[in-house]
Design a protein around this ligand. Structure first.
Ligand code: NIG
Ligand code: FE
Length: 436
């Protein structure tokens, strides 16, 4: 067997970059700045706004972007003596991807469900046959803090090599207080120890655990009365999410949990209208959610409410691909005026860590234009996790999270599908990965 060449990921703590040292990324054949009004997620024609510049350059100092634009202008203003210069000729330079919906921390895997899917089993059939979320819950409850930490690190390493520099990560495979807390504590350590920044989400209401079979309300009470106070007290999450779906949590139960989460300062998110229209999109608008995710079956009325309230629709085409579902109607949603983002939904039912693959699915399967899919994977994804002031575009003052892709223009990103185009990843001004 051929030995696999190990990719090198240099571990550098954020903020370690030497005072005053400049990093110049020069000669980009296409620089995508994504510059724009960052107060609201982009919609309509704004979704095409990638801020493309031919022959561009970016300058980063102490982890933050200080200049960006056409190279002649940028270099005229820069004293690059002593700077580290990265040549990006014939390459695309853009912000690191933000992946705003993942289930990062769990144990085990579910490849045996693939055969069941091939035989025709649906997501619900699989759950009824003992697979699905509850089977991952069993493996995750048995795993130690240390084991989950190692799994999380390996997954984040792969994401980083694929150009993702920020992720959201949900709990939801513990489904009892101590294990939900274990997952969130692991997530917190991952965020401290890995280069990728993590936005943590509490998803205690991901499924009803076997101990509460046929008594969903009692489990909902446990989430509200026992779990939420600990999550808030230990400051383990920014967001509170629920799986609002038939056989999981109905709209009323979901609403109670999200409203209770708000009293602790947790911002609502919703797994909405994936397999059936339970009014998840309307619920997201009602409770002031930052995003409603999935939306395969969302109604126009629900989408309209989201548009009114600026709720980002996070679309997850990897899930449609791996679960044999209809794809969300992205073209229709965008034409209606919905601000959309894209995410991997990395989880044991949808095992991809590649935002490139998601962008390709978005274009080939959901009729999104390459520029729209790029906005949806960067600045709009940052909006979906409340970080649009920090990441998602290359603008002075923002974090120096930049990727260099070994292709000549942005349309190549989706066009050449199922391939990792990343050559260099820069996180907060430090080169953290270079393809040999
Ligand atoms: O976002 N839909 C619910 N939750 C996950 C799947 C979780 C699982 O099957 O383990 C999702 O697709
Ligand atoms: Fe999910």
């Amino acid at each position: 067997m051929k030995a696999r060449k190990a990719h090198k990921i240099r571990r550098v703590k954020r903020g370690e970059s030497p005072e005053g040292r400049l990093l110049v990324i020069d000669n980009a054949s296409e620089l995508l700045t994504l510059k724009g009004d960052n107060r609201r997620p982009r919609k309509g024609e704004g979704l095409k706004d990638i801020g493309s510049i031919q022959n561009g350059a970016v300058v980063i100092e102490n982890g933050r972007i200080i200049r960006v634009g056409p190279r002649d202008e940028v270099l005229a203003d820069t004293n690059s003596e002593g700077a580290v210069v990265l040549d990006a000729s014939d390459k695309v330079v853009m912000p690191g991807f933000v992946d705003p919906h993942t289930h990062l921390v769990f144990a085990g895997s579910r490849e045996k469900e693939l055969g069941w899917k091939i035989e025709g089993a649906s997501y619900t059939d699989i759950a009824e046959r003992g697979g699905g979320i509850v089977s991952t819950m069993r493996a995750t409850r048995e795993a130690s803090h240390e084991q989950l930490l190692q799994l999380g690190k390996q997954r984040l390493d792969v994401m980083l090599r694929h150009g993702t520099t920020s992720v959201e990560a949900k709990s939801g495979y513990g489904l009892r207080t101590k294990d939900e807390i274990k997952i969130l504590e692991v997530t917190k350590r991952l965020s401290e120890e890995h280069q990728i920044d993590i936005s943590p989400t509490f998803l205690g209401a991901h499924a009803v655990p076997p101990e509460f079979k046929d008594n969903t309300d009692a489990y909902v009470n446990q989430v509200m009365e026992e779990m939420l106070p600990v999550v808030a007290d230990e400051e383990l999450a920014d967001f509170c999410d629920v799986f609002c779906e038939r056989g999981f949590f109905d709209a009323d139960q979901s609403r109670r949990i999200l409203n209770e989460g708000k009293t602790y300062g947790l911002i609502p998110k919703v797994h909405a209208d994936e397999l059936s229209d339970l009014g998840g999109a309307e619920l997201a608008a009602d409770v002031g959610a930052i995003s409603a995710d999935h939306l395969e079956k969302a109604s126009d009325a629900g989408l309209g409410r989201m548009i009114d309230e600026d709720v980002v629709g996070v679309l997850l085409p990897g899930t449609s691909f791996s679960t044999n579902l209809d794809y969300p109607e992205a073209r229709h949603m965008i034409d209606m005026g919905l601000p959309v983002a894209l995410a991997t939904d990395f989880n044991p039912n949808c095992w991809t860590k590649s935002m490139h693959f998601i962008i390709s699915l978005a274009c080939y399967k959901m009729r999104m234009f390459p520029s729209e899919a790029i906005v949806a994977s960067t600045i709009n994804a940052a909006h979906a996790v409340g970080r649009a002031g920090e990441v998602g575009s290359l603008e002075p003052g923002k974090l120096g999270d930049v990727i260099v892709l070994n292709i000549g223009n942005h349309e190549q990103i989706p066009y050449q599908f199922a391939f990792n185009h990343v050559e260099t990843v820069i996180k907060a001004g430090e080169v953290v990965y270079r393809r040999e």
